[in-house]
Design a protein around this ligand. Structure first.
Ligand code: ZN
Length: 141
C-alpha cells in the first residue's frame, strides 16, 4: 500500500465513521462555519475548563475532506490547552498550504490531509474545521 493509499484510507475512515460527532448539550463555546465554494457546513461545540479543551464535538455536512478533517481535529485538540491549539492550527495551515513538507507528529492523522496542498480549492475544505474551532474559542459565553 502506498502512502497516498494509506492517507486516502484514513480520510475515508474518518468520513464514514466520524469521531466525536454530535453536539455538546451545554457547551462553553460554539461556532458554525461555512465554506461556500464547496457547500461545507461545520458546527463545533466545546467544553473548556481552565483553558483546557475537556470535550469537543462536531456536526455538519459536506465533502469527505471537510468532514474527515473535522473528525481528525476533534481527536487532536481534546485535552490540549488553548495556546497549544493555536500552535497546532498554525502547523496544520502550513501543511495543507504546502509550506511544510515534514508535518509535525503532533498533527496525528491530520498528516493524511497534506495531499490537499496540491488542490488549492480543497484547502478551504481541510481548514474549515480549524477556522471554526478558532472562531469558537474567541467567543465567550
Ligand atoms: Zn469541501
Amino acid at each position: 500500500m502506498s502512502l497516498n493509499d494509506l492517507f486516502t484510507e484514513i480520510i475515508l475512515d474518518h468520513y464514514q465513521h466520524p469521531h466525536n460527532h454530535g453536539l455538546i448539550s451545554s457547551p462553553s463555546h460554539f461556532s458554525r462555519g461555512f465554506n461556500e465554494s464547496c457547500g461545507d457546513d461545520i458546527q463545533i461545540s466545546l467544553l473548556v475548563e481552565k483553558d483546557i479543551i475537556v470535550d469537543v464535538k462536531f456536526s455538519g455536512a459536506g465533502c469527505s475532506i471537510s468532514q474527515a478533517s473535522a473528525s481528525i481535529m476533534t481527536d487532536i485538540v481534546r485535552g490540549k490547552s488553548v495556546d497549544q491549539i493555536k500552535t497546532l492550527a498554525g502547523k496544520f495551515y502550513d501543511m495543507v498550504k504546502g509550506n511544510e513538507a515534514n508535518p509535525d507528529e503532533d498533527l496525528g492523522d491530520a498528516v493524511a490531509l497534506q495531499g490537499v496542498a496540491k488542490f488549492p480549492v480543497r484547502v478551504k475544505c481541510a481548514t474549515l474545521a480549524w477556522h471554526t474551532l478558532e472562531e469558537a474559542l474567541k467567543q465567550q459565553k
